[in-house]
Design a protein around this ligand. Structure first.
Ligand code: AMP
Length: 391
């Protein structure tokens, strides 16, 4: 087992219950992490530019500061025992400022690589991982050359700060590609071949201090309008393919020297080939089912990993399906929670967001079933039952 090269490791032993965890970011991932951490007797401080946030509502302390306010970040870090993050677009300088005081896990280098699609794909390609064909686009000449090599249809994405399909356009002609490039206002971009995939898969995995590895198997994901809609566990794929996907994920965590949780998102091509679409160095939406359906959730595992504790069992209790609840569901008024509660094997998670905007992730449902098909049926029925007739 390859041991972590990370500095600031368990010199003083593991970080035990009663200690304080600092979370950079304040969304639903931080909220579910904070719930897991508080359940185990830790304290949680969160820092982000907002107040009354999903994480802040359950944390002990909510600090409002910009991520580039490095003095505030240093003050925040000096009041906690370890810092982790719940979204990867935290600036490198922020992670470095925090690391002056306490360990930051996963390390700043993992953030640096994964917060830019070009760096991420470049890293993966250089280490021999299978990725979608891509080219860097920093100028019009680059765009012409990239289109000549990759062809159309293709997807043009901004290289930095993208998620849930934000900053990306499917292009079918060079004219469309040029319009999308110009609309992005000269930002660094990446042109990717359009993958006509059979399905989308992910592996959420964790790596502990001593190189210990844990994963929740392969998850099958369905997207709508580039946003995750449904996740299914276990994925309905042959066991050999599932083993390959997990081995790729294991190798990615080792190469990146991750301490914490990381999700590898894959396309499965119609020829049965696995291609990595992207990495997320934190718990992931496709792993939310683990909260209810597994012995140890992805959030508790992140806690154990960043605290230097042994990892917990990832056993799946029953087949599970997770459906996201987007703000659109609130368009005809408050969803019918009572109706969803009437399906007993369904769990409701709401993130405490104050405003329901279309496309905004407000919560999710998880259903545990006797079979994958049963879990999907239950979660879809529960979500449908939430919808009020439009007025
Ligand atoms: P991303 O933000 O890169 O994860 O993209 C969000 C979603 O857009 C993916 O989950 C896919 O459904 C779709 N997508 C992104 N890149 C590609 C691609 N190269 N080919 C086909 N679909 C893509």
């Amino acid at each position: 087992m390859k041991k972590s090269k990370n500095k600031g490791r368990n010199e003083r032993g593991p970080i035990l219950p009663g200690a304080t965890i600092g979370v950079l970011g304040s969304g639903q991932l931080g909220r579910m992490f904070a719930i897991a951490a508080r359940r185990m007797g830790y304290r949680v401080h969160t820092l982000s530019p907002e107040t009354d946030t999903p994480t802040g509502q359950v944390a002990d302390v909510e600090i409002r500061a910009q991520y580039d306010d490095l003095d505030a970040v240093r003050r925040f870090a000096s009041g906690v025992d370890v810092v982790t993050f719940e979204f990867e677009n935290v600036l490198s300088a922020t992670a470095e400022a925090a690391a002056e005081h306490v360990p930051v896990r996963p390390g700043g280098e993992v953030l640096h690589i994964t917060q830019n699609r070009l760096r991420e794909k470049g890293f993966l390609a250089a280490h021999g991982f299978p990725v979608t064909p891509f080219r860097a686009v920093r100028s019009r000449d680059d765009l012409d050359a990239a289109l000549a090599e990759i062809g159309c249809p293709a997807i043009l994405k901004t290289a930095g700060f993208g998620y849930d399909g934000k900053g990306q356009t499917r292009v079918s002609t060079s004219g469309e590609a040029l319009a999308a490039f110009e609309a992005a206002g000269g930002q660094e971009m990446i042109l990717e071949a359009f993958v006509d995939f059979a399905c989308e898969l992910s592996v959420v995995a964790a790596r502990g201090f001593n190189g210990e590895f844990a994963h929740w198997g392969v998850i099958e994901n369905q997207h709508r309008h580039h946003i995750l809609d449904l996740s299914i566990s276990p994925a309905r794929i042959p066991p050999a393919l599932a083993r390959d996907a997990v081995e790729i994920a294991r190798a990615v965590l080792v190469e990146l020297d991750v301490i914490g949780v990381l999700c590898v998102e894959f396309f499965l091509t119609r020829d049965g080939e696995l291609l990595i679409n992207e990495l997320a160095p934190r718990p992931h939406n496709s792993g939310h089912f683990t909260f209810d359906a597994c012995i140890t959730s992805q959030f508790e595992q992140q806690l154990r990993a960043v605290c230097g504790l042994p990892l917990g069992s990832t056993d799946l209790l029953r087949p599970a399906a997770m459906a996201n609840l987007l703000g659109d569901l609130w368009q005809s008024g408050e969803p019918d929670w009572e109706a969803a509660c009437a399906i007993p094997a369904v769990k409701i998670h709401l993130y405490g967001k104050l405003e329901a905007r279309p496309g905004r992730k407000m919560g999710h449902l998880t259903a545990l079933g006797d079979s994958v098909a049963n879990a999907i049926d239950l979660v879809c029925r529960a979500r449908d039952s939430l919808r009020r007739p439009s007025r």
